[in-house]
Design a protein around this ligand. Structure first.
Ligand SMILES: [Fe+2]
Length: 211
């Protein structure tokens, strides 16, 4: 089985400026995201070794480490594609209608997701998600990468609020960072995820071309 790999980005590190400076994106992609990829591959090797040895005494810790790293890899795959140098503005069509239905208005969603993202205690993610059980949009507040999650949902738009995502530029003013993210949201990508999720497809979508 092929190991997990770090995806290439669709844009250069500096192209999300001035919202996110290039130095942050370079560290975030080449160090932090890369570490989650390596952590996933390393942990799967350790689980395989435990299985081969017939000794699962370390499986609880390994499963926790796998969940942390694989969810981190999955979320960062989406993070890079949820953003675009050509992003911003507002969604249109059925996604816009669904946002109006479930949040009252686009401004309602924006205020709610800002609050969700800005109040996480510790590290985590603010998420706009599709819930197939209720056939509706909801927001979620993920802790770390994998906690506080409703299992059936599909993330459509994810805001990384780990300090590594903003501190070099915004320091302790996380609310400014979160509010400016809306200027680079790739609504074409979010809409594609919305359409796939509603169709019952695994809305996580394949990662970007890898290299
Ligand atoms: Fe991150």
């Amino acid at each position: 089985m092929a190991p997990y790999v770090l995806p290439d980005l669709d844009y250069d590190y500096g192209q999300l400026e001035p919202v996110i400076i290039g130095d942050i994106n370079e560290l975030h992609h080449s160090k932090h995201h890369a570490a989650y990829v390596k952590g996933t591959n390393d942990t799967l090797e350790k689980i395989a070794a435990a299985r081969d040895a017939g000794d699962f005494s370390s499986i609880v810790g390994l499963e926790t480490t796998l969940a942390f790293n694989l969810a981190g890899h999955t979320l960062h795959n989406q993070w890079w594609r949820n953003l675009s140098p050509d992003g911003g503005d507002k969604p249109t069509g059925e996604l816009a209608a669904a946002i109006d239905e479930h949040f009252g208005s686009f401004d309602g969603l924006r205020a709610q997701l800002n609050a969700v993202s800005g109040t996480i205690q510790g590290s985590g993610w603010g998420v706009l998600a599709w819930d197939p059980i209720g056939s509706r949009l909801i927001t979620q507040q993920l802790k770390d990468h994998h906690s506080n999650l409703s299992i059936a949902t599909t993330p459509l738009l994810v805001f990384d609020t780990w300090e590594h995502a903003y501190y070099l530029q915004y320091k302790n003013v996380k609310t400014d960072y979160i509010d400016r993210l809306w200027n680079i949201v790739n609504w074409a990508d979010v809409t594609a995820r919305f359409d796939e999720a509603r169709a019952g497809v695994n809305g996580l979508r394949p990662p970007a071309p890898q290299g």
